[in-house]
Ligand binder design. Structure first.
Ligand SMILES: [Cu+2]
Length: 306
């Protein structure tokens, strides 16, 4: 084993065990491929272990407390990480250390106020390849302090997240080929995903499909990692906007249709006050297709049961 690799392995083991055993204290930046319909696309993702997965990990942190994140950069290029979420200037002004290719780096995260933030690698290549995820701050999971109920307790608040992104195999090829080409309009993405899944895979993921008991409250953190603005339309429910980084003046608005601008996040509260199954989807109909075929894309369900 090369010395540098050995040191990385030892450092990773040491840092991981020095923190807690929770996977979200360490994330691996991994290069791989993912398949949508007939396209096999290169991908760069944040994974909770060293195995490549097409789904970016969610990081949870308490509000108003500094914390650490260990990143293992298994990509062949150096990177820098950024945070965004204008609910708190501490995110946008934060600068992390360089993440050298093949190295393990511990980053000190700033104390942030409650809300939904994006964490992402800088640069077009990382952006197009999808290296971006949700940093959720101040929303304890069921069973943690501040949210004591079990998932079957009607008083429990359940957490969901929708990482929205659109994908163009043509644009991905421009950042993976030996000579990047000029991006020229029109931009016509072929796939539209929630948590890197397109419908019907969206309803197989417990973070994407909103399953609630009657009377329960769900918090839905929505991030838009793509280049296109999206508008999320709810059937059956109005949601309360807790935070909206693009238009903070909409805090506490009750809406059934919520814009999520590219690069922005919204945090929504849904009160399950009626039984049934309801769709929720991107309102732009091209975004509810897979390679042009409807239905697909950014479409999932809300299921409320007794
Ligand atoms: Cu609709």
């Amino acid at each position: 084993m090369p010395i540098k690799l050995l040191i990385n392995v030892l450092l990773t083991i040491g840092l991981s065990s020095a923190l807690t055993s929770s996977a979200q204290d360490t994330l691996w930046i991994s290069y791989g491929t993912w398949v949508q319909e007939l396209d096999t696309m290169d991908a760069l993702r944040f994974n909770p272990n060293d195995a490549f997965s097409s789904n970016n990990a969610v990081i949870d942190r308490p509000a108003d407390a500094a914390s650490q994140l260990v990143l293992v950069n298994n990509d062949s290029l150096d990177h820098t990480l950024s945070l965004s979420g204008s609910a708190d200037d501490a995110a946008s002004s934060w600068i992390g250390a360089n993440l050298l290719a093949g190295d393990t780096t511990a980053l000190d995260f700033p104390a942030l106020s409650q809300g939904s933030y994006r964490y992402f690698l800088n640069g077009d290549r990382a952006h197009v390849l999808g290296a971006a995820g949700l940093l959720r701050v101040g929303f304890p999971a069921p069973g943690q302090p501040g949210n004591p109920g079990s998932p079957s307790d009607p008083a429990t608040t359940l957490l969901f997240n929708w990482n929205l992104c659109e994908w163009s195999p043509t644009r991905i090829a421009t950042v993976t080929g030996p000579t990047p080409e000029q991006w020229t309009p029109p931009y016509i993405p072929k796939y539209f995903t929630i948590n890197e899944r397109s419908y019907p895979a969206t309803i197989e993921d417990p973070a994407t499909e909103v399953n609630l008991l009657l009377g329960q409250t769900g918090i839905i953190s929505v991030t838009n990692h793509g280049y296109m603005d999206q508008v999320v339309h709810f059937h059956g429910f109005h949601v309360t906007i807790l935070y909206d980084t693009a238009t903070p003046q909409r805090q506490n608005w009750s809406k059934d249709t919520v814009p999520v601008r590219a690069g922005h996040t919204v945090t929504l509260e849904l009160h399950a006050d009626q039984l049934g199954t309801y769709p929720v989807h991107a309102h732009n109909l091209i975004a509810v297709t897979n390679a042009g075929f409807y239905p697909g894309g950014m479409l999932t369900l809300i299921q409320v049961t007794p």
